[in-house]
Design a binder for this molecule. Structure first.
Ligand code: 26Q
Length: 823
């Protein structure tokens, strides 16, 4: 990237004058952020246009990643890094009297996702562009992203995330590409142009979908791909003929109702909401995206669809866009005159599906009446898909009625979206080796028997550009100094760091970097939450959505246990520890919210008890999000990955910890298994029941948590403290319910569904082990450096290459730099 400081400053001056009527001296930090971003956008546009022309000129096969969520976080730092002008911009800002950090902090996170699934989509876009693949995202431009979390009196309180309050400098509105999405109405049959029967909808509610494009800038390449997010509005506003007071009010109401579709991200990341508006969101962005893709194909190739599958492949991020299957059928048949068989061939050659969960309660199912009411023609097509599928099934398994019932897409008044996905897609993948095996052999065994060729694994990954190069500059320069550059696009090169693991000087240098990062985090927490933490203590961190299966409660029970020991055993003197949590609970998830209150209650008590001062602290980081995660991972010593084995599909935070040199304290669940495999058993601390052991106990119904309580008096005390008033008024309410859920079972559920008590002892031992390892500073440094060195597999670049090889079959497209310019 050619960069000229003087031109850049001139540009800033012009921009500030034009948009804010200010000169450089008068500009606020936010003005400055906006102007810098706009200038960077100008740089990006040149490459963006060049990329589009290259794709169009070469007529290449393209991937579309359909996802209800893209958890992008901030863009400025990432774009500057990928354009390799971060340092230069930093210098310009300093010369103008700003620090780079204060300008960066002005940008709100684009929090258009709940957690892992949404962040994975964002990492994938970064890898696609950085590896020069033509792959683009399609999603929803939520006006309000993931809620802002405040902690009030220890409780989580949700506030709207008004991230578009100021304009978003990274988006380009494309009103010229708006499409219509219809809801409701009555399907009416008519003769189509080819003499076949097609359906037209009468009396529909028509919604306008307007795309906003966001550039996805590849690292050290000219490739700029596109994230296209749809906004909902209504066109049929004002009927001037009928204009009167009532009509006016109705018109505005219609507007609001339409705009509500892209108003807000649903904040629950498990357990279907069952709400019609959620289905509206799904159909809205899926239909708009498919129309856009079909329109583009027709512009490039005319209306013969024979080559559609050759130039197009779509990945469905979980079941949220799975309505694409009947909708693409509808577009091809009703709007483009194809017959059923031709349309079905296209659908089943272009769509692929990723599953992200094993939890039965999280599988998406829609009541027929909601579905049919909102999209009646799509429902008709769905019924026909199911009718044909059941015919196929009866031929394969004649007389096996139970199997037919289990596998019917429509049954018991509900539509099973995962079943639809498996029938309509050519590929079905899980997101870590264990997860894919469990899908194939347990949850989806009926399906893998029917379609064994569809099932495959794609272990998740994370982009090292954001999670190491950008988030951890100290470690990044250390790495480049030791092994040279190149790891930014080939993370396996970190392997070369293994040459240094017995060099004491290097180990000390490595420890020093971690220490400085911990000092930075401590300063940030002091500044934002007025909490003091000691950088010489172990930073033991659990950051992820709050869920019972992720077992934050196990972490808390252990902290209570440790606290009791520190007070009662005068000769007990382990390494000082700081336990850090960050987590949002879905707004309607009562028990998850009780756990947040418990963490804050315990933190408050411990942090104010002089008896454990300097030895134990607990911090709950408020409003955990991508930009805060970027400060936490680099400062981590211990990565808490303690889900009940068999429940966490993969996890991706676990990978971000590893590449930043933390030790995994975890169960053999999700990608933890592969992390330990790569790092070496001696460089992680693993504990607890395995997925297989848990499955056996589950099936035999033999679990009795009381056995574990009786065998461990310390655990007994901790559990009693939840209800005996030790921790105040909540002990009779919220905490009592947590106690009951562990000891007795609540609402007809079995006690301790997630086996916290069964794993408690092993977890205590695991923490002891951590302290022992940490005390040997160079031993610890060696283990954590080996984790970094062996983290190559967990780059999303590796994941994307596997998707490309097995599913997408894309070719790289190199966008050439202009004559005489760099590279
Ligand atoms: C569904 C229907 C209605 C409303 C909301 C939803 C919904 C929204 C988000 C359901 C699920 C999610 C998100 C799931 C998720 O983040 N899963 C995580 O995906 C990661 C990436 O593959 C894995 O690493 C995690 O293990 C998995 O929990």
């Amino acid at each position: 990237m050619e960069f000229d400081k003087k031109i850049f400053v001139d540009w800033l001056r012009t921009r500030l004058k034009r948009n804010y009527s200010k000169d450089l001296k008068e500009a606020t930090r936010h003005d400055m952020f906006d102007a810098v971003s706009a200038a960077v956008m100008d740089y990006i546009q040149t490459n963006w246009m060049a990329t589009r022309k290259e794709y169009e000129g070469k007529n290449v096969r393209q991937l579309y990643y359909l996802s209800a969520e893209f958890l992008m976080g901030r863009a400025l730092g990432n774009n500057l890094i990928n354009l390799e002008i971060r340092e230069a911009i930093g210098e310009v800002l300093e010369e103008l009297g700003y620090t780079y950090t204060e300008i960066e902090e002005e940008e709100p996170d684009a929090g258009l996702g709940n957690g892992g699934l949404g962040r994975l989509a964002a990492c994938f876009l970064d890898s696609l562009a950085s590896l020069d693949y033509p792959g683009h995202g399609y999603g929803i431009r939520y006006q309000y992203g993931m809620f802002e979390q405040h902690i009030e009196n220890g409780y989580q309180v949700e506030y709207p995330d008004n991230w578009l309050k100021h304009r978003d400098p990274w988006e380009v509105k494309r009103s010229d590409l708006a499409v219509k999405v219809s809801f409701g109405g009555t399907p009416v049959a008519e003769k189509g142009p080819n003499g076949n029967m097609v359906f037209r909808l009468e009396n529909v509610e028509e919604i306008t979908a307007t795309p906003y494009d966001i550039p996805i800038v590849g690292f050290n390449t000219r490739t700029v791909n596109r994230l296209r997010l749809w906004e909902a509005s209504s066109e049929d506003g004002f009927d001037l003929q009928l204009f009167n007071d009532m009509e006016y009010m109705r018109a505005v109401e219609r507007q609001n109702k339409a705009e509500n579709i892209s108003r807000v991200l649903y904040p629950n990341d498990s357990g279907p909401s069952g709400k019609a508006l959620r289905l509206k969101q799904q159909y809205f962005f899926t239909s708009a995206s498919l129309q856009d893709i079909v329109n583009k194909y027709k512009r490039d190739h005319g209306s013969n669809f024979d080559d559609f599958a050759k130039y197009t492949v779509m990945q469905l991020n979980d079941t949220h866009p799975v309505v694409a299957i009947p909708e693409l059928m509808r577009l091809l048949m009703d709007e483009n005159g194809l017959g059923w068989d031709a349309a079905w061939d296209i659908v089943t050659q272009t769509l692929a599906y990723t599953n992200h969960t094993l939890l039965a309660e999280a599988l998406e199912r829609w009541p027929i009446d909601i579905f049919e009411g909102l999209i009646p023609r799509v429902y008709q097509i769905l019924e026909e898909i199911n009718r044909r599928f059941l015919t196929e099934l009866r031929n394969k398994f004649p007389g096996d009625w139970q199997r037919h019932n289990r596998m019917s897409i429509i049954g018991k008044g509900m539509i099973n979206m995962a079943w639809l996905a498996i029938v309509g897609c050519f590929s079905v993948n899980g997101v870590a080796a264990l997860h894919s095996e469990l899908l194939k052999n347990n949850e989806l065994v009926d399906w893998s028997e029917l379609y064994p060729e569809k099932f495959n694994n794609k272990t998740n990954g994370v982009t090292q550009r954001r999670w190491l190069l950008s988030a951890n500059p100290r470690l990044s320069s250390f790495i480049t100094k030791k092994i040279g550059s190149g790891w930014e696009t080939d993370l396996f090169r970190l392997k070369k760091l293994e040459a240094f693991v017995d060099d004491p000087a290097v180990l000390d240098e490595f420890l020093e970097i971690k220490h400085k990062n911990k000092v930075d985090l401590a300063a940030y927490l002091k500044e934002t939450q007025d909490i003091f933490i000691d950088p010489d203590s172990i930073f033991d961190i659990q950051i992820k959505r709050l869920h019972e299966y992720k077992r934050q409660l196990l972490n808390v029970l252990h902290i209570m246990y440790l606290y009791n020991r520190l007070i009662s055993e005068s000769d007990y003197n382990p390494v000082p520890r700081t336990f850090i949590f960050g987590a949002k609970a879905a707004s309607g998830y009562r028990r998850a919210k009780s756990i947040i209150k418990l963490i804050n209650t315990i933190a408050d008590r411990i942090n104010n008890d002089h008896r454990v001062r300097g030895r134990l602290r607990v911090v709950f980081v408020e409003n955990y999000r991508v930009s805060v995660a970027e400060k936490l991972f680099p400062a981590s010593d211990v990565s808490e990955q303690i889900s009940t084995a068999g429940k966490e599909a993969s996890g991706t935070g676990n990978m971000k910890f590893m590449i930043n040199g933390a030790i995994t304290l975890g169960t053999l669940d999700g990608a933890n298994i592969e992390i330990v495999e790569e790092a070496g058993e001696e460089n992680a601390v693993i504990f607890g029941l395995t997925a297989e052991e848990i499955r056996k106990i589950d099936m035999s119904h033999s679990y009795n948590p009381q056995e574990y309580i009786s065998a461990n008096p310390g655990l007994q005390v901790v559990l009693n403290q939840l209800i005996d008033g030790t921790y105040g008024a909540e002990s009779s309410g919220l905490f009592h319910e947590l106690y009951d859920s562990l000891v007795h079972g609540v609402d007809g559920q079995r006690p301790d569904v997630y086996y916290l008590l069964a794993d408690f002892d092993a977890y205590v031992q695991a923490h002891e082990k951590i302290c022992e390892l940490y005390a040997d500073r160079r031993g610890w440094a060696k283990k954590t450096l080996l984790n970094v060195a062996r983290s190559g597999k967990f780059s999303s670049d590796r994941t994307i290459e596997e998707y490309v090889r097995d599913i997408w079959k894309l070719e790289k497209v190199h966008v050439p730099f202009p004559e005489g310019k760099k590279k």
